[in-house]
Design a protein around this ligand. Sequence first.
Ligand code: FAD
Length: 373
Amino acid sequence: VIVGGGIAGLLTARYIENNEVTVLESLPRIGYRKHCAGIISVSTCRLLNADDFADEWYDRAEIVTPLGVVDIRCRKPFAVHIDRCAHENAVAAELEDRGHRIVLRANVMNIEKRNQLYEIVALTKSGVKKFVAEKLVLAEGFSRRLSERMGLQCVRKTLVGAQLLVELNARLREGFMKILFDENTVENGFLWHASLSGGRKAMIGIVGEPPIRKPMEMLVRISKRVFGLDVSKIVDFWGGHVFAGYPIVAIRRNVAAVGDCVAMVKSLSGGGLYGISRAAPALARILERGAEVKSMKMLHDLFKRLRNQYLMAMALHGIFKRVPRSSARPRFEITLDYLDYDNHIEVLYTVMKTIGSERMRIRWSAEVSLGED
Ligand SMILES: Cc1cc2nc3c(=O)[nH]c(=O)nc-3n(C[C@H](O)[C@H](O)[C@H](O)COP(=O)(O)OP(=O)(O)OC[C@H]3O[C@@H](n4cnc5c(N)ncnc54)[C@H](O)[C@@H]3O)c2cc1C
């Protein structure tokens, strides 16, 4: 049984080969709650088998920090935007085609272990139902109620995120994203915007410590004042909880946890699909075949990377808080053949390696204004 029909639960079910799977989801539909921006690396997109749901490819990123601006041009796309809800629905349809069961409006209230089996009590539309399972996957997202109870542990810090989808009068460069770290506007988070529909639309987002007051009004203001976008129409607005952290224990014999509930996230951005797309196949294999070395090592390495990213994110925010606000800062213009969008430490390392080489131009600029005044 898998508790939670978000991407973490669905993807783990996709990798279960020799067992019957029942996914219990409390919401009335798969892909019902839109919360994610849907920007992922090209390699994560491949692992999710989501190429058909990609509608914008990013090859240029401008990262603005109080220490300097890094303008990265990549010779091939490093990230894509996907339609997350359509992708979740496609994975769900594939599971049902393979004979797995998805039970909607099934809110799991309690789980007990009896004689090596898990008894799962869910509130469904036809009343309280009991499911019995040999193996259990907890993919409950925001909630940690059940995974904590089953002894699965993580370090997790809760942030909030929101984004606005807009149409533009003046087109943005296709495949462009800008990320702005400014602790005065948003603590421990960032502001961003990215082109969509070939630059005719844009998403403008914020991630940071709660509470973010009036996020929609704030994003409208930011799109104009901070990013200088010429917005003609607001198309959509959505958001949810974003996490920083890393898993500590994600599997114990016949029970595993995957996704946001055990903080399988890239802490600098809150992106969860990188960790989920790597952990889901490994967890599924371990549950089916036992603790095989390759999968255990894969998980161990992944969690170590996520932990290092968490420590780096905390350190960077600490530094950004201490740097005095100034409009004059160096601008590093870099051309790369390849950018590892999932590994932020690797990105930092790549940028540092190009210093002094002909692939980097350094200029002093006073043109960017940091955040809202
Ligand atoms: C504003 C925002 C922007 C984001 N942008 C990106 C991005 O650009 N790229 C990226 O990689 N990630 C992004 N993320 C993060 C990404 O969306 C999450 O990491 C990912 O969706 C987590 O998937 P999940 O399946 O673990 O959790 P969820 O998607 O939250 O799914 C959990 C599911 O479990 C169900 N559930 C919970 N408890 C129970 C229960 N007791 N019984 C039955 N069902 C239950 C819930 O109803 C839910 O459907 C973003 C998140 C937010 C909020």
